[in-house]
Design a binder for this molecule. Structure first.
Ligand code: SF4
Length: 347
């Protein structure tokens, strides 16, 4: 077991079972959540005997960075991390005036099968544990020598399909004895796993919610995102409203524009309809095609669709600035390229 998988309370129980007094939990938790340590010997407040004992009973292993790519166009950096069983996930660091945002993975692969996504094409392998999600933050901050200011759960995987581990990760990174990151600095992006939008709203963890909408018409959305068959648009919109009510947070709806697929005037009107009662922000994203049958819209189409939206009365719309497009921007693409290069090397 990795000690960074335990919530504070679980660590306290574990330490009690090992026969250590309560104050040791606080010291241990602070050390492992405020420092990027990997070896028990680095915890200087513990005796040698105690360090050896804890080393024997658990691990502090962190993911290993196997690739670190720097965009030539902007300061964006992408990392590939290898987990202890050899599986690889990707994470991204984006640099803004207000600080550093990290995009984290929550699963190896993904079950959702969105047709425009590289990770979706590779299928599902396994969930990441809380320590593997946290490990991406710890390692990136160690490499950069700087703390991040914001986190987005938008890398490979569907975070609400791994809600239990993601919830523990949120509690760990927010804990006052640990990293102490405010929940308002964290955003979870989902394809629309409705029951866990409710679970998240009820959890008392008020992180921001971002929903991958991409299509305002039910049937067409099902073609892009198979999960839409299970959780249909009216159900999804009801769940996002519930989250807004419970947390006081505005929902961001992500809308990946695909030329000729979802950029028509009817789409803008339908968007207006389904967003009617929502406290929302709409984010337009030009698709970064993994499938050549999807055309990336030119800037002029983006602006045209933005105008359609304004005419239809859809406000709070922004076009997302793209970062790191030269280092495989779309979800899962960086990992695909790395795996392909390893396969080439092995031939
Ligand atoms: S876009 Fe997200 S939810 Fe959809 S397949 Fe890719 S990783 Fe999964």
């Amino acid at each position: 077991m990795n000690y960074r998988d335990y919530s504070y309370e679980e660590l306290e129980n574990q330490m009690r079972d090992f026969g250590y007094p309560k104050f040791r939990t606080k010291q241990f938790f602070q050390w492992i959540h405020q420092n990027p340590i990997e070896k028990m010997e680095e915890i200087t407040v513990f005796s040698k005997k105690m360090r050896e004992d804890l080393e024997q009973k658990g691990s502090l292993a962190l993911p290993v960075c196997v690739d670190d790519m720097q965009s030539q166009l902007d300061p964006t950096r992408k990392f590939l991390f290898q987990m202890s069983d050899g599986h690889i996930v990707e994470s991204v660091a984006m640099f803004y005036q207000h600080g550093i945002s990290l995009c984290l993975s929550t699963q190896v692969g993904c079950k959702m099968g969105c047709v425009f996504c590289a990770t979706g094409k590779e299928g599902f392998v396994r969930n990441l544990s809380p320590s593997e999600i946290l490990g991406q933050v710890v390692m990136i901050e160690k490499i950069l020598g700087e703390k991040s200011t914001n986190l987005v759960m938008m890398g490979s995987g569907e975070p609400l399909d791994n809600w239990s581990a993601v919830k523990t990760f949120f509690e760990l990174i927010h804990h006052p004895e640990g990293r102490g990151m405010g929940y308002r600095h964290i955003t979870l992006s989902t394809a629309g796993v409705v029951p866990n939008i409710y679970a998240m709203a009820e959890s008392g963890i008020p992180v921001n919610l971002s929903v991958s909408l991409h299509q305002p018409f039910q049937e067409k959305r099902e073609e892009l995102m198979p999960i839409a068959k299970r959780y249909q648009l009216p159900e999804l919109m009801k769940a996002t409203k519930h989250h807004q009510k419970k947390t006081g947070r505005r929902t961001t709806f992500e809308y990946t524009l695909i030329e000729g697929v979802n950029d028509r005037i009817e789409d803008a009107k339908q968007l207006k309809d389904i967003l009617r009662d929502q406290n929302y922000h709409l984010n337009l994203i030009p698709i970064n095609p993994v499938d050549p049958s999807f055309k990336r819209p030119k800037a002029v189409f983006l602006r045209k669709f933005q105008k359609h939206l304004q005419d239809a009365g859809v406000m709070n719309v922004t076009i997302r600035r793209e970062l790191g497009t030269d280092i495989s921007a779309a979800c899962g693409q960086l990992k695909q390229r790395f795996v392909a290069s390893q396969e080439d090397d092995n031939e």
